[in-house]
Structure formats: structure tokens, C-alpha cells
Design a binder for this molecule. Sequence first.
Ligand SMILES: CC(C)(COP(=O)(O)OP(=O)(O)OC[C@H]1O[C@@H](n2cnc3c(N)ncnc32)[C@H](O)[C@@H]1OP(=O)(O)O)[C@@H](O)C(=O)NCCC(=O)NCCS
Length: 215
Amino acid sequence: MKLYHHYKDKAYKYIGIARHSETLEELVIYETRYSNDLGRLWVRPRDMFFENVNIDGKSVPRFKKIPLEIVTSTDVSESDIKTLAPVIEKAFGEWDEKWFYSTFNQHKKFYLLTAFVEDQAVGFKLGYEQSQGEFYSWLGGVVPEYRGLGIASNLMQTQHRWCVEQGYKKIQTKTQNRFREMLMLNLKNGFDVIGTHASDEGGMKIVLEKKLEQK
Ligand SMILES: CC(C)(COP(=O)(O)OP(=O)(O)OC[C@H]1O[C@@H](n2cnc3c(N)ncnc32)[C@H](O)[C@@H]1OP(=O)(O)O)[C@@H](O)C(=O)NCCC(=O)NCCS
């Protein structure tokens, strides 16, 4: 994940390494995750970004990398759903238990990935076997405070690797125009649009499919 905390505790997104065009020195480009009147994008020499500093006699990283933990399960329990409910509520703006269970109860072979940052659930991806050799990626989201850090990409790539290992030949998913970020994320990760149909909620559903290459 691209999230770092400065030793004074502010959060930054690591963008990448650039080279100074005159001196060829390596510089880290990073972005504030809070509003800063002086600007959003900053640079700092690479060695300095990754060095330790002495604070009150203690050596600590100037920027501490915040790890992402992904917990997976093929046996989705009531306790997993309790963890998911607030994430779904924050990511989608609502948690409709009846709606969730009306689909959940119709399927069996699930694969759930939950993303944790500092022990807090911040994102998830949930899918199930649609038919033999075909997996359906049903729901996914990341809470707004943690978006743009590569969490959904990580969840999707982990899901796809697992599907290949399980021998699935393709993954299908559906989205809508209004979920533009998810639509772009799907296209970026190899899905093709294969059709559309009317949505129960009005508007149009976009059907996407990705063929998986067996190793
Ligand atoms: C869609 C969603 C899961 C993306 O989560 P995320 O962790 O912020 O995504 P990532 O940081 O991994 O971004 C991956 C890619 O998605 C696309 N993307 C994500 N957010 C985007 C944005 N605001 N604008 C444009 N593209 C965006 C980009 O292609 C991005 O790659 P890039 O950073 O290299 O440009 C998140 O926005 C979300 O939860 N949305 C609400 C729920 C939702 O729409 N669910 C889908 C219903 S079908």
C-alpha cells in the first residue's frame, strides 16, 4: 500500500521516485492526505524520506510505511458479515441487510477478502462460484478515507490469483456507470465489457468478463 505516516503523525501517499534532471539525484514524490494550503505534492531526497530520525532519544522512521493486511476466507461466517457491514455502509452509503442476504443465501462457494489497516477493516471484495469454471465478483468497496491508495487493486489482483489457482476459467462482474471508479478499475485489470441489461434499480448494468490464463 502507498500509505505512510510522518513521525509527527500526518498521513501521506507515496507516489514514486523521480530523478533530478540535472544532478540525477533520486527524489521521492509524495502527496498529503490532508488539506495543506502550501500544496498537495511534495518532494524529498530518497535517502531522507527513508531515513530514521532521532526523536526524544529514540530512532524512528521519518516516514513509516503503513502495512495493508488482507484476510481471506472461503467460509463466510456471521462474524465476517458483522465486520463487513460497517465497511459496506461507509463504501456504498448504506447497509441493507435484507438485500445482502437475499443474494448471499442463494450461493455457496464464496471467496471473501477483507483489507485491514492498523486492525481496522477498510475494504473488501466478495464473490462466489457462478457455474463450473466461472467465478462471479459480486461486491467490493473501500471506505472513503482509504481510497486512492491501491487497496481495491490489491484486493482484485489477490482475488484473480486465487481464481487462477482454483482453476476458474473466467470471472464475471457487473457494475453501473455511476460506479465510475470501479468501472475503470475493472477495465484496468483486464475485464472486457460483454453486454448490458436493465437494472432493477433503474438505469443500466454493465456486464464485464475477464478470461483467466491457467499457469
Ligand atoms: C471503486 C473503489 C473500490 C476503488 O477503491 P480504491 O482503493 O480507491 O482503488 P485503487 O486505489 O486501488 O485504484 C485503482 C484504480 O481504480 C481507478 N480509480 C480509483 N479511484 C478513481 C478515481 N477517483 N478516479 C478515477 N479512477 C479511479 C484507477 O484506475 C486506479 O488506478 P490508478 O491509481 O493507477 O489510476 C472505491 O472507489 C469504492 O469503494 N467505491 C464505492 C463502491 C463501489 O463503487 N463499488 C462498486 C460497485 S459495482
